[in-house]
Write a protein that binds this ligand. Structure first.
Ligand code: ATP
Ligand code: MG
Length: 465
């Protein structure tokens, strides 16, 4: 049988209440039998001891038990404690003030036996474990006063008391069970409602409805946090799904553009619209080159995503890498009319990394600066060691990017000016790759506005030594 949470909570609270009520009942019963009946019996024994002198005096007065055999109604009068004047005849004795033992009806359980242990008067069937007191006259036992103890609350006051106890017990127990039922019902309704919401929403989320949200509660308890975390999870899934779609759309778009151009050019060559000369070949090669780079970059990023991009790290001097990059871009910079300022400290810049990847990093950054800096501008490269970090800053002059674009530069396919960059051929993957390379070196990369008017990219890499 499948029980839902509400039913289980209900059953748990209810059974606890029932167990407590039963335990209370049993406890009260045991208490009554052991302590309360014990008390009554103790009182009765006291009463028995009190009755012995008056019964002895009764015998002494009459010389035998015959007076009781003839007039049994004198029995209770005889049991009363002896008044100060012992000579007052039995029949004339005033009724004594009832003692507490009298109120519990102790004397009704007294039996008088003669010297041969035959019953004369009193309680009809004395028990075998009865408490006995001998009635001794001049050293001779003339009879026995016997008390039958109460074994269970079965008669008179004890019974009434026990019944009242049981009634109260049932009432309290019943009220506790009802209260427990009400609490369990409330708990299952009120407390579990948000849990049910989350469960239903999870179901919808699992079915791919990423726009599912649950109402968040003002109370910051476990359920409130659960709802909050659920919404966070749903939001993340929704965002990831959107990003996946955007990425697919971007990839196909980026691949289609150069493919389309290629296709058009080849068709023009086929139809004889264009001549197959050196210029046409160069144009074809450039389009193929763009495609090649795009596919390479995508491949590299996907490898980085699955953690399969291999790094061969070794001790190296960042100065060598910077020199190599500057050498490779020298001609580009000159032809773009960009002035390069280098501010490097004297001596080597030791670091631990993959020289090939770091070269790729600097090449991407230099490529961007060449591409996105107006002719006649400047580039400034600074490197210095700060504590355990190696800081490399690359500034360039205008144009820069807008404030809100700064944090987005490292997103895949992000371009500050899509139309402008298209002509330059960038797909918006370069800085994503740079970020991956820096992260693989346990460093950080940040984009800021440069005092030169363009972009400032700061790379932090852990220094060696
Ligand atoms: N030095 C810079 N100055 C101004 N804008 C820049 C600079 N570097 C990058 N950007 C902006 O950031 C965008 C993202 O750069 P990123 O290197 O990631 O891609 P891309 O250069 O467009 O293409 P790819 O590098 O994949 O060929 C660029 O399109 C450009 O708009
Ligand atoms: Mg780039």
């Amino acid at each position: 049988m499948k029980l839902n949470l509400a039913t289980r909570i209900f059953a748990a609270v209810l059974s606890t209440a029932v167990v407590v009520a039963v335990a209370m009942g049993v406890g009260a019963h045991v208490n009554l039998n052991r302590d309360f009946l014990g008390y009554l019996n103790e009182q009765a024994v006291n009463r028995l001891d009190l009755a012995v002198p008056s019964v002895t005096a009764g015998y002494r007065q009459h010389g035998s038990w015959d007076f009781l055999r003839e007039r049994p109604e004198l029995w209770y009068r005889l049991l009363r404690p002896l008044p100060d004047d012992q000579r007052v005849p039995l029949a004339e004795r005033p009724p004594a003030t009832p003692t507490s033992a009298e109120l519990t009806g102790a004397s009704r359980r007294f039996t008088l036996l003669d010297a041969d242990r035959r019953r004369i008067v009193g309680f009809a069937s004395p028990a075998s474990d009865a408490v006995e007191r001998g009635i001794v006259i001049d050293g001779l036992t003339v009879g026995w006063l016997v008390l039958t103890p109460i074994e269970s609350a079965s008669s008179g006051a004890e019974k009434r008391f026990a019944d009242a106890q049981a009634r109260t017990g049932w009432l309290v127990g019943g009220a506790a069970v009802l209260l427990a039922a009400a609490v369990a019902l409330w708990a299952s309704r009120r407390l579990l409602r948000p849990v049910r919401h989350v469960a239903e929403a999870t179901h919808r989320l699992a079915a791919g409805h990423y726009d599912t949200r649950v109402p968040e509660r003002a109370v910051d308890d476990e359920i409130g946090r659960l709802a909050h975390d659920f919404n966070q999870l749903a939001w993340t899934l929704q965002r990831n799904e959107e990003m996946r779609r955007e990425f697919m759309a971007d990839v196909s778009h980026e691949l289609r553009t150069p493919l389309g151009v290629l296709h058009g050019e080849i068709e023009a060559l086929e139809d004889g619209v264009r001549k197959l000369d050196e210029q046409a070949l160069r144009s074809l090669k450039s389009e193929v080159g763009t495609l090649h780079k795009l596919v390479d970059d995508l491949y590299e990023l996907s490898l980085a995503d699955v953690g399969a991009l291999s790094y061969r790290k070794a001790e190296l001097d960042l100065r060598d890498i910077i020199d190599d990059t500057v050498g490779a871009f020298g001609e580009r910079l000159r032809s773009s009319g960009l002035a390069l300022q280098m501010e490097l400290p004297p001596g080597p810049l030791p670091a631990f990394g993959d020289a090939r990847r770091l070269r790729q990093l600097f090449a991407n950054l230099f490529e961007n600066s060449c591409r996105y800096t107006e002719a006649g501008g400047a580039l400034r490269l600074q490197a210095r060691r700060e504590g355990r970090q190696m800081l490399i800053d690359l500034h360039d002059s205008a144009p820069g990017v807008r404030d809100e674009q700064l944090p987005r530069l490292f997103e895949r396919f992000f371009r500050a000016e899509p139309s402008r960059s298209r002509r330059g051929g960038g797909a918006g993957l370069g800085l994503s790759i740079c970020e991956r390379i820096v992260q693989a070196h346990e460093g950080r990369i940040e984009a800021r506005h440069s005092p030169l008017g363009g972009l400032w990219l700061r790379v932090e890499l852990p220094a060696l030594g």
